[in-house]
Design a binder for this molecule. Structure first.
Ligand code: AMP
Ligand code: ZN
Length: 459
C-alpha cells in the first residue's frame, strides 16, 4: 500500500508515511457555533470524513481531533469586527453557552445525517483558555509578540518562514490587504489576545497576564492540536479559504512557540459555489440540510452529490445536480435490494482498482464510476457484487448494508398515507399532498414521483 496525498505545503502529491507506525494523528478545523452549518461547510467535513475513512480502511489507529470554536472568531479576518458568538447572543437573547450548545448539537445532527464518522474528540476553545495563554506566553518569551492598546499581536516580520503555506511573503500579502490596520505594524500581524473593552464588561472574558480579554481565533487550533495530538502531527485539514490566513497563522504560532512545523500534511477542500460565487446568507443562496430536505433532497443524496467531484475541484451547487445525484443513489438502493446476500468473496480486480483510486489522493469520483461498472458487470454474480460493493462502502459511507438483499417492505400505515396522497394530488390539493409526503418522510420513507406513478424509497 502506498498512499499519496496532495499537500498544500509542497504543492505535490506526497507519499504519506505516518509519524508513528500504524497511527494517524489528524486535525480538522471545526465549526464556529454561532449559526447552522451550511452545505458548503458540510462539503469540507465530508472531505475530512473520507480521509478519516481512508485510514480506517487501511487499519490505522486514528486520533482525529475537530475543534469547536465558541469564542474569538471575529466577523472580519483582519482582527476587526465583532465576535460572531456575541452577535448571536444579541440576536437570540441567549447566553454564549446556550448558543454554543444549541448550534453544536445541530452540527452533530448534521454529521450523523451525512454519515460522517465522529472525531475522537471535539475540544471547545473556551475549555482551553489556559493552554492558549501558555502558548502566547511562549511566543512572548521567544520575542514574537507586541502590545497595542487593544491586544497582544503576533509580529510576522520576526518569523522568516512566515508565508510558507500560501507562498506569499508578508510584503506581498500587504498589497492584498486594504483594510485599515490600526495600530498593527503590518497587515499580516494578527491578534493572539484581545483586551475586553475598558468601559464595560464583556460577556465572555478571562484573566490573563496581559489583562482581561479573550483569545484570537487562530491560537485555539495551535494550542489544542498540540495538547491532543502532539507536534508535529500527521495531517491538518480545512477549506481552501484557510490557507492564506488561518492555517498560515497556525503554522506561525507553532513555529514561534515550539520551533517546529505543526503538521506534515496540510490538505484543503475546495469550495462549494453557487453560480460561480460564494454561498452566503446576504445573497439568499445559503442552504442547510434542512432546507434541502424541505425540497425533497435527502442528506445522503447531498453526500453522493459531493462525492461526484474530486475534493480539490470547485463544485457548483444546483438543485438539478442534487436531484440527479438523488436519482442515482435511489436507483442504486433499488438495484441492490434485489441482489443475493454478500458471500465474503470480494472481486480482487475491483478491490485493487478501488484501492488505487482511493490511495491516489482520494479519487472518489472514479470510485463512484466503478460502482456503476460493478453494478452492470455481467461476469460477476450478485453475491460477489454485494461483497465488493460493501467493501467500497466502508469509504463511501452510504450504509449499503441496510439495502443489500433486503427487498422493500411497505408498512400498512405508510401505504395508507401514499394512497391518501395520490387522492389529494388527483383533487389538486397540493398543500395536503405535501403534508402527507412530509408525514411519510417522518416514517423513514421518501416518495419519488415517476412517470409510472409514485415510487417509495426507505432510509
Ligand atoms: P467556519 O464555520 O466559517 O469556520 O467554516 C467551517 C469550515 O467550512 C471551514 O473549514 C471552511 O473552510 C469551510 N467552508 C466555508 N464555506 C465553504 C464553502 N462554500 N464550501 C466549502 N467549504 C466551506
Ligand atoms: Zn483551525
Amino acid at each position: 500500500m502506498a498512499i499519496y496525498l496532495y499537500n498544500t505545503l509542497t504543492r505535490n502529491r506526497d507519499l504519506f508515511e505516518s509519524i508513528q507506525e500504524g497511527k494517524v494523528h489528524m486535525y480538522s478545523c471545526g465549526p464556529t457555533v454561532y449559526w447552522f452549518a451550511h452545505v458548503g461547510n458540510l462539503r469540507t467535513y465530508i472531505f475530512s470524513d473520507i480521509l478519516h475513512r481512508l485510514f480506517l480502511y487501511h487499519g490505522f489507529d486514528v486520533v482525529f481531533v475537530m475543534n469547536i470554536t465558541d469564542v474569538g472568531h471575529l466577523t472580519d479576518d483582519a482582527d476587526a469586527g465583532e465576535d460572531k458568538m456575541l452577535l448571536a447572543m444579541r440576536r437570540e437573547g441567549k447566553t454564549a453557552y446556550e448558543i454554543a450548545q444549541f448550534y453544536t448539537n445541530s452540527f452533530f445532527e448534521d454529521l450523523g445525517r451525512l454519515h460522517i464518522l465522529p472525531a475522537s474528540i471535539y475540544p471547545r476553545a473556551t475549555d482551553h483558555i489556559k493552554e492558549q495563554v501558555e502558548m502566547i506566553r511562549s511566543l512572548e518569551q521567544n520575542g514574537f509578540t507586541y502590545r497595542t492598546s487593544d491586544g497582544i499581536y503576533f509580529d510576522t516580520s520576526r518569523l522568516t518562514s512566515y508565508g510558507m503555506l500560501s507562498r506569499q511573503r508578508a510584503e506581498e500579502k500587504q498589497t492584498g490587504i486594504r483594510v485599515n490596520i490600526g495600530e498593527k505594524r503590518s497587515g499580516t500581524d494578527f491578534a493572539l489576545w484581545k483586551f475586553s473593552p475598558t468601559d464595560k464588561q464583556r460577556e465572555m472574558e478571562w484573566d490573563s497576564p496581559w489583562g482581561k480579554g479573550f483569545p484570537g481565533w487562530h491560537i485555539e487550533c495551535s494550542a489544542m492540536s498540540k495538547k491532543y495530538l502532539g507536534i508535529p502531527f500527521d495531517i491538518h485539514t480545512g477549506g481552501v479559504d484557510h490557507i492564506a490566513v488561518h492555517h498560515e497563522n497556525e503554522i506561525a504560532q507553532t513555529q514561534g512557540a515550539q520551533g517546529c512545523l505543526e503538521a506534515r500534511f496540510w490538505m484543503h477542500a475546495d469550495f462549494l459555489q453557487v453560480d460561480g460565487g460564494k454561498m452566503s446568507k446576504s445573497l439568499g443562496n445559503l442552504y442547510t440540510l434542512d432546507d434541502l430536505e424541505k425540497k425533497g433532497i435527502h442528506p445522503l443524496a447531498y453526500r453522493y452529490f459531493v462525492l461526484q467531484a474530486h475534493y480539490r475541484s470547485k463544485l457548483n451547487f444546483t438543485f438539478e445536480g442534487l436531484q440527479s445525484a438523488q436519482n442515482a443513489l435511489f436507483h442504486l438502493f433499488d438495484l441492490v435490494r434485489d441482489w443475493d446476500p454478500p458471500n465474503d468473496e470480494v472481486s480482487l480486480s475491483y478491490k485493487e482498482r478501488f484501492e488505487q483510486a482511493l490511495d491516489y489522493d482520494l479519487n472518489i469520483p472514479q470510485i463512484l464510476a466503478m460502482v456503476w461498472e460493478l453494478v452492470g458487470d455481467a461476469s460477476i454474480n450478485s453475491s460477489q457484487k454485494a461483497s465488493t460493493l460493501l467493501l467500497f462502502d466502508k469509504v463511501l459511507g452510504f450504509h449499503l448494508i441496510d439495502y443489500v438483499a433486503k427487498p422493500l417492505v411497505i408498512p400498512q400505515d405508510v401505504q395508507v398515507l401514499i394512497n391518501e396522497r395520490e387522492q389529494a394530488r388527483k383533487m389538486k390539493d397540493y398543500h395536503l399532498a405535501d403534508a402527507l409526503r412530509a408525514e411519510i418522510q417522518k416514517k423513514g420513507f421518501m416518495l419519488e414521483d415517476t412517470e409510472k406513478g409514485p415510487k417509495l424509497h426507505s432510509f
